[in-house]
Design a protein around this ligand. Structure first.
Ligand SMILES: Cc1cc2nc3c(=O)[nH]c(=O)nc-3n(C[C@H](O)[C@H](O)[C@H](O)COP(=O)(O)O)c2cc1C
Length: 204
């Protein structure tokens, strides 16, 4: 998606683009959304659509990292075309206090986590794990549901989420049956990941 309200045009290798500051509160990040950029996005080979609408690529941002419309515009200006506004919840509630994000070692999508000193975090409750640790589990789930959808001839399309960070991960998700793919962790850590991947997907 191309958005024009430029402030700053990133250069190759520029890792200084603003992103969610995990050491500050959700409220702080909510109030400090970066401005959209003007960037030449490489076209992604193929024809893509989402819910019947034409889109420039199957690349998107998952539920959560885009706190409000200004965050949506920022990531829309960085090569993402399928963007989830904020979050998917059944009821309103205040965001959790810090830590909102915590590096962990885990291999499951939901797990109890400890800090570096072995202390239980989040009162010992399970929390969602994201990033590299869940990539294979996410792919397995897409393959499983693709089989079910095929067997029952369901009119459903899947959006693959979980550990996607490279063009190779994108291709694997699409080959497994995803109609679009969404990034969470990778795009929070490196807002340019979509632009980099578009370069690699430009030639198919
Ligand atoms: C900071 C953050 C906030 C998230 N908030 C939500 C949320 O509110 N609702 C939701 O359904 N998923 C939420 N997620 C989960 C993501 O949508 C996604 O499923 C998960 O991060 C796995 O993708 P990843 O490995 O690319 O990060 C959140 C993830 C992160 C990192």
């Amino acid at each position: 998606m191309r958005v024009s309200a430029e402030k700053h045009a990133p250069q190759d290798g520029d890792s200084s683009l603003p992103c969610y500051d995990w050491q500050r509160s959700y409220e702080w990040n909510y109030n400090h959304a970066p401005s959209p950029l003007t960037v030449d996005e490489k076209p992604v080979a193929g024809t893509w659509n989402y819910c019947g609408l034409p889109v420039g690529s199957p690349l998107g941002i998952a539920a959560g990292p885009l706190l409000n419309g200004r965050w949506v515009l920022y990531y829309a200006s960085l090569g993402f075309d399928v963007l989830t506004y904020k979050t998917v919840r059944s009821r309103a509630r205040a965001s959790y206090p810090l830590p909102n994000l915590q590096p962990v070692f885990a291999g499951r999508v939901a797990a109890r986590v400890k800090d570096a000193h072995g202390r239980k975090l989040f009162d010992g409750e399970r929390r969602g794990i994201a990033g590299d640790a869940i990539r294979e589990a996410a792919l397995d789930q897409i393959r499983l549901f693709a089989r079910v959808i095929g067997e029952h001839q369901l009119k459903l399309r899947m959006v693959g989420v979980g550990g996607i960070a490279t063009a190779q991960n994108v291709r694997a998700q699409l080959a497994a049956g995803s109609h679009a793919v969404q990034f969470g962790t990778a795009a929070m850590l490196d807002p340019q990941v979509g632009l980099k991947i578009r370069g690699e997907l430009a030639s198919g």
